[in-house]
Design a protein around this ligand. Sequence first.
Ligand code: NAG
Length: 733
Amino acid sequence: MMMDSKVMASQALRTNVLFLLIIFSYVLAVKATVSYDNKAILIDGKRRILISGSIHYPRSTPEMWPDLIQKAKDGGLDVIQTYVFWNGHEPSRGQYNFQGRYDLVGFIKQVQSAGLYVHLRIGPYVCAEWNLGGFPTWLKYIPGISFRTDNAPFKAEMQRFTMKIVNMMKAEKLFEPQGGPIILSQIENEYELVEYQIGRPGVDYTNWAAGMAVGLGTGVPWVMCKQADAPDPVINACNGFYCENFLPNKNYKPKMWTEVWTGWFSSFGDPVPYRPVEDLAYAVTRFIQNNGSFFNYYMYHGGTNFGRTSGGPFIATSYDYDAPIDEYGLPREPKFTHLRNLHRAIKLAEPALVSNNPIVASLGKNQEAHVFKSKSGVCAAFLSNYDPTYSVKVRFGNGQYDLPPWSVSILPDCRTESFNTAKVNINGLHLKMVASGGAFRWQSYTERIATANDKNAFTANGLKEQISVTWDTTDYLWYMTDVTIGANEGFLKTGNLPVLTVKSAGHALQVFVNGQSIGTAYGSNADPRLTFSSKVNLKAGINKIALLSAGVGLANIGLHFDQWNVGVLGPVTLGGLNTGTWDMSKWKWSYKKGLAGETLNLYSFQGSSSVKWAGGTSLTIKYPLTWYKTTFDAPGGIEPLALDMSSMGKGEIWINGQSIGRHFAASKASGSCGTCSYTGIFKEKKCLSGCGMPTQKWYHVPRSWLNPSGNLLVVFEEWGGDPRGISLVKRTK
Ligand SMILES: *[C@@H]1O[C@H](CO)[C@@H](O)[C@H](O)[C@H]1NC(C)=O
């Protein structure tokens, strides 16, 4: 009997345990949710202060992802935010690419295995200083399409791609209620201004986009950033250098900041912007002390615009962004550690932050205390000094606190200062580029100047818009025409040469007359248009004019940015002739897209062996339209690598057949690079470096693209440079 009752008891216990397990897992299943209230995002029913950072998967390599994500975690992040890059995933309609740098699922799973959450910004318009804002170029040529408005063909394509991504995430169980890391999504991107400009169709489109997204049933909230009329239940979020005064559009939504700009992007021809960490920390802390509960650093790691992915025009290949993790994947100090310290202080204050709204008290003319107190007695205080000039001592509670100008102190227990935004005590390592390996042994191959008789060349009346011809499959389009000069032209005797003037919508141009380059011109990010004007030494009879127009990234922002023209749209004129000025714009022009070397795949192992290269004393240098190749062994060590391209002009670089991006050292940064104080309102052009220098000198060579030996390096040079000046460098202490 004793035995029996023991058995019975243990059976009953087992039944109970099973029952409890069922209840428990049921509760877990029910609690595995993401929701929100007026205070914060709730994960599994719990309000959270969430610290997020943008890392865009195609701007680094899959081999770099684990380390970048681990560093983000070490830096105190809870969430990784990324856009989804439509034109990378669907290069031609219906043909998808989710491999390599575009392995979106792999990237998200990597974040998950590090124990972090994901904010997935599907867009599919992403802006992002990315080619055409993320839209595939073929999308422009769908009949009747009009981007980002109440337009049926556009909405059909946007919905198709958004569903494709959402279904892919669902199939891989990546949304949080499925046990995955995705806690938030985003539809559209900074649409509010366009909506304001286009009116009713814009409002209809916003409502459609929100409804479409919510209807996909992801189980996690959707965000629209910079969208004051974001329809319920979509959350409107702020983007900017500061967002402390932002308010959500409904009092039952949390205050979110989807882009805390950690610096700014670089454009070829402009100086390199940076943002002092004191000001960045100040902005974030003011947001938190004013009820903010989610913020995302844009960028936390900026990375590289490999290939021809940069937006534009003229966005540089480096997308470093002055982010806390630099382009090469190394912590940028003191930014990285100072922000990590800030995150620790915020986390210490989290229990108080999520429990109540702050009580604000004045501590002086430009000073305030923001105090968060819960019923259970936890207390956190933020003491701020908004004065841009003076430091102050303030009294708070029983203590006295020193506040530097333009700073906030965090007291996670309302007593002890654990962090002040302007007190940066980090002996940051200053990383530099040091030479690695010997000189390259180059070989050269000269690109042919196109002619009207080339294969695939065609002739038409007048000047054609470049992208409508190339569909952006190449940066290059040749415009060719013949000029017949009569023997009686006066300039043939006087020597007073005629002037050729070419107006182009952008982005860069090189002009050839009778097989000789007579010059180059280029626009800028602020204005891509250019005018080339030069005397030309024409001869009696037929003269061959060939204009090589080059794109430097398609526009990614602005009203109807997708309709910005590229290429030589004219007028093209020849002045100083017997009959005055000839307008050549309506003449017959021949067109040839791309370079002969591109058709031959000269950047690949196979293609490069298909032509005869010159070397040694026959090496062509400082000559336009020249391809260069060399092979090299991977340097030892693990330090990130780059190519110093400062001896070159403009073109593109490939390693083992993969493009590391456009190089453009010829564009020297113009602007003023004075000293820069962290205090006072920050703007993108406030703090600049590198004036008078090439905007970008170093080009990241991912280690994972290299074999131990025999790596093929190919450079295409448009304008003329000296490849003997190219060197491999390591980023190190
Ligand atoms: C915090 O939110 C509450 C409720 O919306 C509001 O009354 C209060 O002014 C906010 N405080 C700050 C400092 O923004």
